[in-house]
Design a binder for this molecule. Structure first.
Ligand SMILES: [Zn+2]
Length: 481
């Protein structure tokens, strides 16, 4: 009887040992097949034609036709992605960021916020999932760090406009790296709240705007928040096209330092947003768009060179949250076919030139058209242009509206024509895009499908057209977290 009991005991012991071995092996296999280093690049507002526009921009800068090449368009897998939100065919960045991060459609305007779910089964962002399994996490953007797209990965809020509440959640995420823009309202909208930068420090993070300091930060620090030394009024980095004027770092510099800081044997997940592709598109500012896509591409190049050292462990996904501007191409009405060279004549953004014009307006009492043309040739065009009659007429109309509030158009027509922007800056920019054959259907987002370019381990999963909720479901499958 005792003997039988012993054998029984032994058998149960063997079964338990076998199960543990299988579990451990299963775990090892899972980990071996799981990409250790995952990059997700989101070009905010970047549709397929933004990419084509940039190709043409690069080509014409070299005096060639259709020879420009961006790194990510050569990736192994290509698909297109639907972007509509839970409550609108046309999404905003809040809903799209939430769907990409958490895999569940959200309403426009929210940040990974799903009130219909019980707390225990609330959708969680892929960044948080990666962090749970021991990956280090980096969140990088060229706009403010509390903006909708980055926020969807580390925060939950019923409104994307709750910038302070979103920023308040940043250090509690425990993510190791934040980089790019700063907080939009560090002390709240009324400047009466606890300083968010101090709060981030109190949580054990090092905050720096010296990019070379990142590699020497003490390993005992909870993480790093790198804030670009030059920020504009919404806490964002300047446009690439204005960088020479403003200074500061590029997205690629931040990605390079983040890779160095986060690299470890267990793995990392890095989300990078090219946030101002969208902003330039809202301004229908074609040259600024092309420069933002180039900056975005250069940041991807940093990931791609990392990938070349870790080809069997790295996955790079490049996509967009939606299309902005409804870009299309027309037959050029001035120059020969396929020549987008006119865009290369633009040396600053519509926003930058709007500031130049408003300074001129505020510091003078008498205005003149030759002064305005002089400012355009100094700050906006690399060479003086000879305007056609139609172009001259458009300039005069915008001049009368901007300086003397004179127009034959109704307020609604003015809104449609100039998008609520500085009408003169819009006209000077539109002269170039018209000549280059680049047109916009809207100042806002569209429902166009966006491109998905993927390289690396398991990129084959991203070879078929998809919905933006599939990024998370595919990662669920390949990460098995
Ligand atoms: Zn937008």
């Amino acid at each position: 009887m005792i003997q039988k009991f012993r054998y029984g005991f032994l058998l149960v012991g063997c079964i338990i040992l076998f199960s543990f071995t299988c579990l451990a092996q299963g775990q090892q296999i899972r980990e071996a097949l799981r990409p250790k280093y995952v990059f997700l690049f989101i070009g905010d507002g970047m549709g397929k034609n933004h990419v084509d526009l940039t190709h043409a921009y690069i080509s014409s800068a070299k005096g060639k036709i259709r020879k420009g090449k961006l790194t990510f368009t050569g990736f192994h897998a290509y698909a297109e992605c639907t972007t509509g939100s839970n409550d609108n065919i046309i999404t905003d960045s809040g809903a799209a960021g939430s769907a990409i991060a958490c895999g569940v459609k959200a309403n426009n305007g929210v940040i990974s916020y799903y009130p219909e779910y019980p707390k225990a089964s609330m959708p969680v962002s892929m960044a948080k999932k990666a962090h749970e399994i021991g990956y280090k996490v980096g969140i990088i953007t060229s706009v403010s760090i509390d903006h909708a797209t980055p926020a969807a990965f580390y925060a939950v809020s019923e409104s994307r406009d709750n910038y302070y509440e979103i920023g308040y959640q940043l250090p509690t995420s425990g993510f190791e790296f934040f980089g790019g823009g700063g907080f939009k309202y560090p002390k709240g909208k009324n400047i009466d709240k606890e300083d968010l930068y101090q709060r981030v420090k109190d949580y054990g993070y090092v905050i720096t705007n010296d990019i070379f300091e990142i590699s020497s930060i003490d390993t005992t620090a909870k993480g790093v928040m790198f804030v670009n030394p030059v920020l504009l009024e919404k806490g964002e980095m300047p446009y690439g096209i204005d960088r020479e004027e403003h200074g500061g770092y590029e997205l690629k510099d931040i990605v390079r330092e983040a890779i160095g800081y986060l690299f470890n044997e267990k793995g990392f997940f890095i989300m990078v947003e090219g946030g101002k592709i969208d902003w330039a598109s809202h301004n229908n500012d074609a040259a600024a768009i092309a420069q933002e896509v180039i900056d975005f591409n250069n940041a991807i190049l940093e990931a791609f060179s990392f990938f070349s050292y870790h080809p069997n462990e790295t996955l790079i996904i490049v996509t967009a949250d939606h299309e902005t501007g409804g870009i299309y191409f027309t037959e050029q009405n001035i120059d020969s076919l396929n020549n987008k060279g006119y865009l290369n004549l633009q040396i600053s953004s519509v926003d930058y030139f709007s500031d130049v014009l408003s300074e001129y307006k505020n510091s003078n009492k008498i205005y003149s058209l030759p002064d305005v043309i002089y400012l355009a040739n100094l700050h906006f065009y690399s060479h003086p242009l000879v305007f056609t009659d139609n172009e001259n007429q458009a300039i005069v109309e915008a001049y009368d509206l901007y300086f003397y509030n004179k127009s034959t158009l109704s307020n609604d027509e003015i809104e449609i024509k100039y998008g609520g922007l500085n009408p003169l800056a819009v006209v000077f920019s539109k002269i170039l895009s018209d000549r280059a054959g680049v047109a916009f259907t809207t100042w806002d987002h569209t429902d166009a499908m966006v491109p998905v370019y993927t390289s690396g381990l398991h990129s084959v999963y991203f070879n078929e057209d998809m919905d933006n909720t599939n990024f998370k479901s595919i990662l669920d499958e390949i990460m098995k977290w």
